[in-house]
Write a protein that binds this ligand. Structure first.
Ligand code: GRG
Length: 310
């Protein structure tokens, strides 16, 4: 039997998700902070639409549980997780824009540019991106300013040129947006995905090591774990795009095939992609061995990510 049964894992994920929801609701309140002039009502309402009331909150969960592995618990890791969730939500809002993926549905609701308008959606993304770094710089995240600076730098690198934004550009290039469409090799797909979606999930795990001031070998292990779950997440997402439907996903299904997009499912086939997922879960378990039972929840998380249905 699994060390952490599925229902315990689900309960823990729901508890962190509920804590994150409360914290995000507070962070997106109407009261101005020192240094702010006014929080415009339309911007706040569109930001709240983008962030609240949806989402699995997997990234805050990974920050909280990775930090707990190294003894960092409480409000600090939760806030760091919320900073990452704000940045993740910005990426979804911008990804849905007409000039990017042009999606009408996200988390089962109209996308921000549909519920509001395109200019507002661009500004929502900008404001969520900057809010993420505002949050990470706050004293409540960690008493040690050096830790906060490291979090800021690591998140910037994961989200920026050589991370998520760079990955998004490579993805658009592969679709033929700037030049001729070109089929990607398997290793090019792996690189693109490690940047576009993997980098933020990997940061979530690294953040735990930073918050808990873990030693170098533990940091290397949690970093590798983060890279593995990042890859597993994307393969599961590509499988869902092929095998699930729009109602279940709360976003458009079948888009990769329609766009002729290269994924590991197209490169390896459905069975090959499933076998790769299994191998990644096994590798995640191996990487976590040095931490013993303390890492059971992270083992269950790797399984959940590989088997997820939404
Ligand atoms: C526009 C700068 C910019 C970047 C976009 C993250 C991203 C890059 C695009 C998202 C497109 C997409 C749907 C990718 C698949 C993987 C992914 C990030 C899925 C959404 O994450 P979940 O499943 O979503 O964790 P929830 O709603 O649960 O938060």
């Amino acid at each position: 039997m699994d060390a952490v049964p599925d229902q315990d894992f689900t309960r823990r994920l729901s508890a962190v998700a509920a804590d994150a929801e409360t914290a995000l609701d507070h962070l997106l309140g109407s009261a101005t902070l020192p240094g702010e002039v006014v929080r415009p009502e339309r911007l706040m309402s569109a930001m709240r639409h983008a962030v609240l009331g949806g989402g699995k909150r997997l990234r805050p969960f990974l920050v909280v549980e990775s930090a707990a592995l190294f003894g960092a618990i409480g409000q600090g890791p939760l806030l760091a997780g919320c900073a990452l969730e704000c940045l993740h939500c910005y990426s979804l809002v911008h990804d849905d824009l007409p000039s990017m993926d042009n999606d009408d549905l996200r988390r089962g609701r109209p996308t921000v540019h549909k519920a509001f308008d395109e200019a507002t959606a661009i500004l929502v993304g900008d404001a969520l991106l900057t809010l993420a770094f505002d949050i990470l710089a706050r004293d409540e995240v960690h008493a040690d300013a050096g830790v906060r600076v490291e979090l800021v730098r690591e998140l910037a690198r994961s989200a920026g040129i050589g991370g998520m934004v760079g990955g998004q550009l490579l993805d658009l290039a592969a679709e033929g947006r700037f030049d001729k469409k070109r089929a990607l090799s398997e290793s090019e797909i792996v690189t693109l995905q490690a940047m576009k979606t993997g980098a933020l999930l990997r940061f979530a795990c690294r953040a735990g090591g930073i918050l808990g001031k873990a030693d170098a070998s533990s940091r290397a292990a949690i970093d590798r774990y983060g890279a593995i779950v990042g890859q597993a997440f994307q393969i599961a997402d590509d499988l869902l795009d092929v095998e699930s439907d729009t109602a279940t996903l709360g976003k458009a299904a079948g888009k990769d095939a329609a766009a002729g997009k290269g994924t590991l499912v197209t490169a390896l086939g459905i069975d090959g992609a499933r076998a790769k997922l299994d191998a990644l879960v096994t590798e995640a378990e191996t990487v976590l061995e040095p931490f013993g039972v303390k890492a059971d929840i992270l083992r269950a998380t790797a399984r959940f990510i590989a088997q997820r249905r939404t």
